[in-house]
Structures are given as structure tokens and as C-alpha cells.
Ligand binder design. Sequence first.
Ligand SMILES: *[C@@H]1O[C@H](CO)[C@@H](O)[C@H](O)[C@H]1NC(C)=O
Ligand SMILES: *[C@@H]1O[C@H](CO)[C@@H](O)[C@H](O)[C@H]1NC(C)=O
Ligand SMILES: *[C@@H]1O[C@H](CO)[C@@H](O)[C@H](O)[C@H]1NC(C)=O
Ligand SMILES: *[C@@H]1O[C@H](CO)[C@@H](O)[C@H](O)[C@H]1NC(C)=O
Ligand SMILES: *[C@@H]1O[C@H](CO)[C@@H](O)[C@H](O)[C@H]1NC(C)=O
Ligand SMILES: *[C@@H]1O[C@H](CO)[C@@H](O)[C@H](O)[C@H]1NC(C)=O
Ligand SMILES: *[C@@H]1O[C@H](CO)[C@@H](O)[C@H](O)[C@H]1NC(C)=O
Ligand SMILES: *[C@@H]1O[C@H](CO)[C@@H](O)[C@H](O)[C@H]1NC(C)=O
Ligand SMILES: *[C@@H]1O[C@H](CO)[C@@H](O)[C@H](O)[C@H]1NC(C)=O
Ligand SMILES: *[C@@H]1O[C@H](CO)[C@@H](O)[C@H](O)[C@H]1NC(C)=O
Ligand SMILES: *[C@@H]1O[C@H](CO)[C@@H](O)[C@H](O)[C@H]1NC(C)=O
Ligand SMILES: *[C@@H]1O[C@H](CO)[C@@H](O)[C@H](O)[C@H]1NC(C)=O
Length: 563
Amino acid sequence: MFFSRSSLLTALPALLCSSALAQNATTTYSQSNVPTGTPLPGNYGGPLRPQVHFSPPQGFMNDPNGMFVDADGLYHLYYQYNPTANRAGNQHWGHATSEDLFTWTNQQIALFPGGPEEGIFSGSIVIDGNNTSGFFPNQTNGVVAIYTLNTPESQTQDIAYSFDGGYTFTKYENNPVIDRNTNQFRDPKVFWYEETSRWVMVVAYPVDFEVGIFTSENLIDWQPESNFSHYGVTGLLYECPNLVPLPIENSTLTNDTQAWALLVSINPGAPLGGSITQYFLGSFNGTHFDPLDSRTRFTDFAKDNYAGQFFDNIPFGTRQVSMSWASNWQYTNVVPTDREGFRSAMSVAREHWIQDRPRVGLSLMSYPANISAAFDSELASNSSLGNGTLNVDFGQLESRALYWEANITGLGDSTSLQGTLNFTFSSSSTGEYVSGGTFISSGDVWVDRGHSSAWSNPFFTDKFSTSGLYDGAGTWRLSGIVDRSILEVYLNGGEEVATSVFFPTEPLDTAVFRVGGINESASASVAVWGLKAAWLDQANANGTVVGNVTQSGNGTEGLVKLF
Ligand SMILES: *[C@@H]1O[C@H](CO)[C@@H](O)[C@H](O)[C@H]1NC(C)=O
Ligand SMILES: *[C@@H]1O[C@H](CO)[C@@H](O)[C@H](O)[C@H]1NC(C)=O
Ligand SMILES: *[C@@H]1O[C@H](CO)[C@@H](O)[C@H](O)[C@H]1NC(C)=O
Ligand SMILES: *[C@@H]1O[C@H](CO)[C@@H](O)[C@H](O)[C@H]1NC(C)=O
Ligand SMILES: *[C@@H]1O[C@H](CO)[C@@H](O)[C@H](O)[C@H]1NC(C)=O
Ligand SMILES: *[C@@H]1O[C@H](CO)[C@@H](O)[C@H](O)[C@H]1NC(C)=O
Ligand SMILES: *[C@@H]1O[C@H](CO)[C@@H](O)[C@H](O)[C@H]1NC(C)=O
Ligand SMILES: *[C@@H]1O[C@H](CO)[C@@H](O)[C@H](O)[C@H]1NC(C)=O
Ligand SMILES: *[C@@H]1O[C@H](CO)[C@@H](O)[C@H](O)[C@H]1NC(C)=O
Ligand SMILES: *[C@@H]1O[C@H](CO)[C@@H](O)[C@H](O)[C@H]1NC(C)=O
Ligand SMILES: *[C@@H]1O[C@H](CO)[C@@H](O)[C@H](O)[C@H]1NC(C)=O
Ligand SMILES: *[C@@H]1O[C@H](CO)[C@@H](O)[C@H](O)[C@H]1NC(C)=O
């Protein structure tokens, strides 16, 4: 969670003049145009609105927060939310739920600031099934949100509890639970560590380039245990740490079955500009994280992957699932989706594990979780494409969103690698396109978003690339998702990932996959699926997605058009 003080001031001119509502961490303050008890409505019909990615009904979204999966298998996503403007400021926690990670139901705003100078900044949620906190004498599904309360003077870690499984919250009356007398201390991510029977929090001291590790028996009393500091690429801030054990699969380097990943987002000052997320692999003993080497690794080779968070309550020992904010602080407040009443989308949910890669060793793998749940229909496939081209017209597809896989198989040893595999998604009316591809012999993979003309900006750089390494197993793969204004590309099943937003003036409707120059013994298999219009399918006769309005709420009236 980051935005400059000046952007906060522009976002809140009227409110900052108001002294009537004093800061009060225990109360809930709601502006007259922010509904309580019912979600904001949204129009998801605009040409830039993703259909299988989450975006807020209206207003501005940044970091994913509070992510957990409940006992019914329902995924809860909360998010940094400004419901009153299309730019950062006035931070609330928005909320949505999903059974399949692609079809999201908008829920009522979950956490409101206590006054006009407060912001409910990023944080996490845990299920307190054993009532360690004492808030839940009568239930095993109580949830506790741990978040940063931001005021002009301070950032503290506060908690709020929910008796109804995460829809409504009560702020703890003795907040804050951690106060270090600083205004640079945020983004607590908490998990239960079975071995010591303690809650563990990782939290950023952004300008000190430190991740603090705290432990607690009850989510209320926290002990500082260690600091992980000045590691990797610092940029100008550390934010949104996550610490999570990931299974090591198919390793020949180690007999260990898991390693801990510490993810740290940096902003500004990423190597490609603005924001990005780095990670370190290592071990964790309940109080200290020890990196296994001195390497910094990045989660993405493009520019729109920040502040990722892992869902709580997915059993450790299995693949873990995260979602990231698919934007960059360099331009997020000025991208052109405001004309459709919103700014920012999340990445799709990705599952993660660790794999050995040639030369580089243990690496984070990231791949869309449960992707087949998003399929509408297979649009085209060719399992013996060879050196050839596959054209797919998807102009009739309601979502205008695709998932594709392209595999080159039958490759020999590394000396015989040759050829290229490219994709282009274009608009037949304007010729705008987004493209990418891979050179099989060098392992290079690239993405180019520079041919959409709805908008430009000096920081909205257009070409990204990295290199994969052939593992000798005979295949080289490129797959991904294109969803109106967001492209995700996965090399070799997730060893390299690009997340990139782009803004065409007209919808894309034509896909072309080209394979050329591959070895005579090799072949190509390409398949393309149309994806569901998960948001359009929820719209009412007026084109409005109302979300979960089953509760008696205050505020739907008159809110259909805020902007
Ligand atoms: C904050 O709000 C609570 C509940 O309304 C009230 O009891 C308390 O006095 C308030 N504190 C301040 C400092 O205004
Ligand atoms: C738990 O149940 C008891 C007995 O019915 C009741 O007195 C108490 O208020 C309940 N506590 C909560 C937090 O709901
Ligand atoms: C709940 O209690 C069980 C049994 O003591 C223990 O194994 C488990 O770790 C506890 N989990 C949490 C989240 O408190
Ligand atoms: C890799 O590991 C996964 C998970 O442990 C296992 O299911 C799979 O069979 C393994 N694949 C190979 C090629 O060994
Ligand atoms: C893994 O375990 C086997 C059997 O105990 C042992 O021979 C081998 O050296 C171990 N490998 C590593 C990398 O520790
Ligand atoms: C955890 O690791 C730290 C640093 O390596 C060490 O000082 C501490 O004693 C360890 N704690 C336990 C319980 O092993
Ligand atoms: C793929 O794109 C690269 C870069 O533009 C180009 O060199 C190559 O010829 C293309 N391959 C095919 C099969 O079109
Ligand atoms: C692909 O084209 C190259 C020449 O560019 C040729 O050498 C190779 O045999 C072709 N591969 C297949 C599978 O047809
Ligand atoms: C590509 O390869 C992956 C991994 O082997 C496989 O699961 C998938 O079905 C393949 N896709 C196509 C289109 O051949
Ligand atoms: C559509 O909008 C009209 C006018 O605001 C309203 O009366 C009607 O109930 C809406 N219909 C639906 C299905 O929401
Ligand atoms: C709607 O919200 C209520 C809580 O206000 C919750 O109990 C219910 O499960 C939600 N329904 C859906 C379909 O999300
Ligand atoms: C809704 O909230 C507003 C201000 O927050 C209040 O003035 C109004 O009376 C409330 N309406 C209902 C029906 O509760």
C-alpha cells in the first residue's frame, strides 16, 4: 500500500477541511456516498473491463488484502479500496467472494475508516478456529482481520473481528495491537505456525527496508522476534511482505520437501521502474527467516505485479495460491479505465510451488489456479501444427477473453534447439495489437504492449523480456490469458511470468499463433479456449452488477452512478 501524501490530499479535499469528525479508531465513519451493508453496484460492460479478472464495481483498487478460504471452500478477497474516486486515497477494505476464483460476487465494504483522516491500509485475515483471541466463545469460524491503521501521524497494526465469517467486522476496542511510534510501519500478514503454536506476523518497516517478524498466542499481544533487513533490491520502500512454505516438487538438488518463500514488494525503484515484487527462498524456524542464498528473484518480468498476497487456510505442504495487484504506482492513478468508472484489476489467482531449474536452481513457479473453471468453450486446437499458423476469430465471444497453450514437443538436446513461437491478439477494426513470443534456442521470451493507442505515458513502457532455460525434457511451452485490457504470459508452465495491462481503443477480436523454424523432429500443439464472461453474466437488465444485495442495507439508493 503506497501513495504519496500529495495524492491523498487531492483525493480528499472536502474531507480534510472537515474537523467535525475527529479521528477515532474504534468507530466506523461512513461518508454519505459510501454504502454500508450492501455492495456498490458496478457496470462491467466496458470494453476495457476484464471478465475473468477481479476489478472493483467502481472506484479505485490497489493491494489484495485479507485473503482466506473458509471451511465451505469459499474464497474471500478483500482489497484496498477508494469507493469515492478513481484514484488512491480514502482507503477502505472492499470485499468479494468466489467459489471458483474467476466468478466473484461483490460484497458490502468490510472495513471503513474511523474518520476522514484515517485509512484502513493493507493487512490480512485469519480464521481463529480455537478462539485464541477470546472473541469467539461460541463459534469455530470466527475471523480476525489484522490491518494497518493509517493517520497523518502514525501507522499502527489494528485488529477487527467478525462473527459472520468475514462480511461485517467489529474493531477491537483496545486497538492498536502494535504501535512502534512511527508512521512507516504497515501491511501485516499473519499465519498460524503449528510447530510453536503461535501466530506469526510479517510486517514492513518500509523506509528502513526491514521486514519485522512478530509472534502472538492470541492475535492481541505481539512480541517482536526478528528483523529481516536490507536484503535484495530495496528500491525506496519495502511493502506487503508474505512468508509462506511452498512444496519443492521434483527436485534433484535437495531432499527437502518444502522451502519458505519471503516475498517483498518494492516501490518505487523497481529495475523496470515503479513497483515490482521480489522473493527470497529459505527456512523459517518460528522466529527467524534464513535465506538459503544471497539471490534476489522476481515474481514477474513485466511491470504489473505488485503486493501479491497468499490465501490463508490452504493447508501447508500443498501448493499455495496468491493474487496480485496488476498495476504499477508509476501510472495506476492515470490509466484510461476511469472512463469506465474504475481503476485496477487483480491478476488471476495463481498456484505456487518450487521447482529446480537448470543453472538457476530452486525457483518459484506460478500458474493460473483452477483455470479450466473459467473455460467457456474450446475455440481452436491443432496438435500437429509444425511450422504453421493458427488463426482464431473471437469477435463473437461475449467475454473477448482467451486462455491458450502452445507446446513445442519432440525437442532434442540443447544443441538442436531452433525456431520461434509467437502470438498476436489484435483488433480487426483498428489494427491495434498486443503480442509476444519465444525464441526456442536462446530461451528468450518477450511481450510487447506498445501497439494499443487508447493511452500513453512515459512510464508505461512497452516491451519486456527474460530468458528461460531448456531442461532437456523435450518440450518448450508458452501459455497465457488475454482479457480485454490485461495479458498474462507463462513460460514453461510458470517458471517465468509476465503480467501486463494494455489499453486498446477498440476490443481485440483476432488471435494468431505462429510457429516457424522448429527442428524437423519437433512438433507444435496449440489450443485456445474462450473464457466465461463472468461479470457480464451477473449483470441485470440495466447492465448493472449489483452483487450481494440480499442484506438489508443502507445506501443502494442513488448510488448507481457515483462518477
Ligand atoms: C471513540 O468512540 C467510542 C465509541 O463511540 C467512544 O466511546 C470513545 O469515547 C471515542 N473516543 C474518542 C477519543 O473520541
Ligand atoms: C456466547 O454465548 C453466551 C451464552 O449464550 C452468551 O452469553 C454470549 O454473549 C455469547 N458471546 C458472544 C461473543 O456472542
Ligand atoms: C487449534 O488447536 C489444535 C489442537 O490443539 C491445534 O493442533 C491447532 O494447531 C490449533 N490451531 C489454531 C489455528 O489455533
Ligand atoms: C513431480 O512432482 C509432482 C508432485 O510431487 C508429482 O505429482 C509428479 O509426478 C512429479 N513429476 C515427475 C516428472 O517426477
Ligand atoms: C538425498 O537423500 C539420499 C538418500 O538418503 C542421499 O543419498 C542423498 O545424498 C540426498 N541428497 C541430497 C542433495 O541431500
Ligand atoms: C531460530 O533461528 C535463529 C537465527 O538462526 C536462532 O537465533 C534461534 O535460536 C532459532 N530458534 C529456534 C527455536 O530454533
Ligand atoms: C516471431 O517474432 C520474432 C520477433 O519479431 C521474429 O523474429 C520471428 O520471425 C517470429 N516468428 C514467426 C514464426 O513469425
Ligand atoms: C520448420 O522449418 C525449418 C526451416 O525453416 C525446417 O528446417 C524444419 O524441418 C521445419 N520443421 C517442421 C517440423 O516442419
Ligand atoms: C501442453 O503441455 C502441458 C504439460 O504437459 C499439457 O498439460 C497440456 O495439455 C499441453 N497443451 C497442449 C495444447 O498441447
Ligand atoms: C433498471 O433501472 C430502472 C431505473 O433506474 C429501475 O427502475 C429498474 O428496477 C432497473 N431494473 C433492474 C433489473 O435493475
Ligand atoms: C451475502 O452476505 C451475507 C452477509 O451479509 C452472507 O451471509 C451471505 O452468505 C452472502 N451471500 C452471497 C451469495 O454471497
Ligand atoms: C443511512 O445512512 C445515512 C448516513 O450514513 C443516514 O442519514 C440515514 O438515515 C440512513 N438510512 C437508513 C434507512 O438507515
